[in-house]
Design a protein around this ligand. Structure first.
Ligand SMILES: [Zn+2]
Length: 109
């Protein structure tokens, strides 16, 4: 079992209190009637499935019932951060790679 920090409750709680809801930051097209079938299909069905850093939408089902986002590594399951809806992630694949390169340079000196 792993623990998840709810950014609304402010507590670490067991994973069984939460439910994953898929990829985060999926934006509904502003004008559904004006977009192509390909754009609409992409919005509805196509998601990233990265090996590495992934931003996911979760809900605190057995707690405050609020939706929030998690930045998680899909291989190690490590959770880097949780953040409220409307906020942007601080940890990305690029920022993680830069931090790793910085650590390696410091270790090689
Ligand atoms: Zn909560």
């Amino acid at each position: 079992m792993f623990y998840i920090h709810c950014p609304y409750c402010g507590e670490y709680r067991g994973e069984e209190e939460f439910s994953p809801k898929g990829e985060a930051h999926i934006t509904r097209p502003a004008d559904p009637d004006g977009c192509s079938d390909e754009e609409w299909g992409s919005y509805l069905f196509f998601r990233q499935n990265p090996r590495g850093v992934h931003h996911e939408l979760w809900v605190h089902t057995l707690g405050c019932r609020k939706f929030f986002n998690i930045t998680r590594h899909t291989v190690s399951y490590e959770i880097f951060e949780t953040y409220r809806m409307g906020e942007q992630p601080k940890v990305t694949e690029q920022s993680l790679a830069e931090a790793l390169n910085k650590t390696r340079k410091e270790e090689s000196v």
